[in-house]
Design a protein around this ligand. Structure first.
Ligand code: CTP
Length: 436
């Protein structure tokens, strides 16, 4: 029996296999899900059968393979039966074609008809894989955005050498990440033993390889990034050297791992990372309002922005003239400390939210960062020495030490993308014990 681990209460996963070279990896995901106690049924496109044949699926699931809307041995109306049966639907490898059909609501074969018939409450996990240019094509990206907006959970492809020998984004995410994403969707509805098995599988995998957590234990994140501009008059402002790269890298990483991310961005000219909701702001006051609003619906806040600590008390509504107006002194008032305010309200409404700060220092890094951690009351602080050329403002690398009440973890000099990945790993790890 495929579902012997959890007979009678096994979670039901429908695996829709599409025609891409990565179809063979769907076999591994099916095995991981079965091992975690799921009953898995398979629907395959005709194209996918060229990569993995019916005998493989039937041998592993112990039931006839569904491939056609008509003359199907599994049911008289297979697309309705399958979509109604599933607790979670996994589409992998999701081709450009199947995502276009999903976005358009087309239903011209068994897989597309089944996906259209999935009830609104049933989660759909989509794991795309394709050539880099097909993935980056505006049409594909538009379809991904449409599907995300409708609630599909994406396990984003990664960069690497592709089957066509191109190098770039489009490689299927790891089979572990995909299985984890499905198990995460089942967490609330499946039987205890499944949840336990899923957790054990994940913990064992992490312990074994020290690998990155594929699925995050939280679902929504707000990230602040970049500098703020504080107006003196309509043409002059007070700013700082922050490029926004670190915050953008964090937002990208959290979204890639499946979190819903709101990025509150100061004035920077960086592209919006895929799958991220961006709110552009200019001043510290605007950043404060946008961040506090997003925090209300977030599990985690990461304050990477270099927010101005002071703002002109009376910004002029016209360009100040040096001949007739005083420009040798600007009266300043302190801005609201966004990070401290989030920390003070993180447990409001019975919710447990995790708040992360950054400490940009030019001297006495660890002492200053430790003091900031305690003063602001955050759960974790990333301390970086912005006086170094390989760390901090504008640089593509960063060297940070992660400080929490539990102790310090010094990371080597890494790309900002890698620092983001390590930081998200650490937050994911700490978050689990924090909310327990
Ligand atoms: N921060 C914030 N709102 C502010 C000032 C800072 O949210 N008005 C956040 C930053 O995003 C960062 C942390 O607080 O996560 C520390 O910022 P930093 O500039 O290093 O420290 P300050 O609090 O400004 O203290 P100081 O200038 O004395 O170092």
């Amino acid at each position: 029996m495929a579902n012997e681990d959890c007979e009678g209460a096994a979670a039901r996963v429908l695996l829709c296999v599409c025609g891409g070279i990565a179809a063979y990896k769907a076999v591994e995901v099916l095995r991981l899900l079965q091992r975690a106690g799921c009953t898995v049924r398979v629907a395959s496109t005709e194209g996918a059968l060229r990569f993995v044949g019916a005998a493989t699926w039937e041998g592993l699931t112990h039931e006839p393979l569904a491939t056609s809307l008509f003359d199907d041995a599994t049911s008289a109306i297979p697309h309705i039966e399958l979509s109604g049966w599933a607790e979670v639907v996994l589409v992998m490898p999701a081709t450009a074609n199947v995502m276009a059909k999903m976005a358009m609501g087309m239903a011209d074969d068994l897989v597309s008809a089944t996906l259209l018939a999935v009830p609104e409450a049933t989660p759909i996990v989509v794991a795309p894989a394709m050539n880099v240019h097909m993935w980056k094509a505006a049409a594909t990206q538009a379809n991904v955005s449409v599907l995300m907006a409708r609630g599909a959970r994406f396990v984003m492809p990664v960069s690497g050498r592709l089957a066509c020998n191109d190098v770039g984004e489009g490689k299927l995410a790891s089979v572990e990440c995909i299985a984890d994403a499905v198990l995460a969707q089942l967490g609330a509805t499946s039987c205890e033993s499944l949840a336990e098995t899923g957790r054990e599988v994940q913990e064992a995998r992490e312990a074994e390889a020290g690998t990155r957590m594929g699925t995050l234990p939280f679902s929504s994140v707000v990230v602040t990034a970049g500098p703020t501009h504080e107006a003196i008059d309509p043409v002059r402002y007070i700013a700082n050297r922050s490029s926004g790269k670190m915050g953008f890298a964090i937002a990208e990483e959290a979204a890639r791992r499946g979190a819903e991310v709101t990025l509150v961005a100061g004035p920077v000219s960086l592209p919006t990372p895929q799958g991220v909701r961006r709110v552009d702001v200019v001043s510290a006051a605007e950043m404060h309002d946008a961040t506090v609003a997003a925090f209300a619906n977030s599990d985690v806040a990461i304050c990477a922005a270099a927010v101005a600590d002071y703002t002109p008390a009376h910004p002029a509504d016209h360009k100040l003239k040096k001949g007739r107006e005083q420009l040798d002194a600007i009266e300043l008032v302190q801005t609201a400390d966004i990070l401290a305010e989030l920390c003070a309200s993180k447990n409001d409404g019975g919710k447990r939210r995790f708040v992360v700060g950054f400490a940009a220092e030019t001297h006495d890094l660890l002492n200053n960062a430790q003091a900031k951690l305690e003063r602001k009351g955050c759960d974790l602080i990333a301390a970086n020495d912005v006086s170094r050329s390989d760390s901090g403002f504008g640089s593509d690398t960063n060297r940070v030490t992660l400080l929490s009440p539990a102790g310090a973890e010094a990371l080597p000099t890494l790309s900002k993308a890698e620092v983001a990945a390590r930081l998200v790993d650490r937050i994911a790890k700490d978050f689990v014990s924090y909310v327990r």
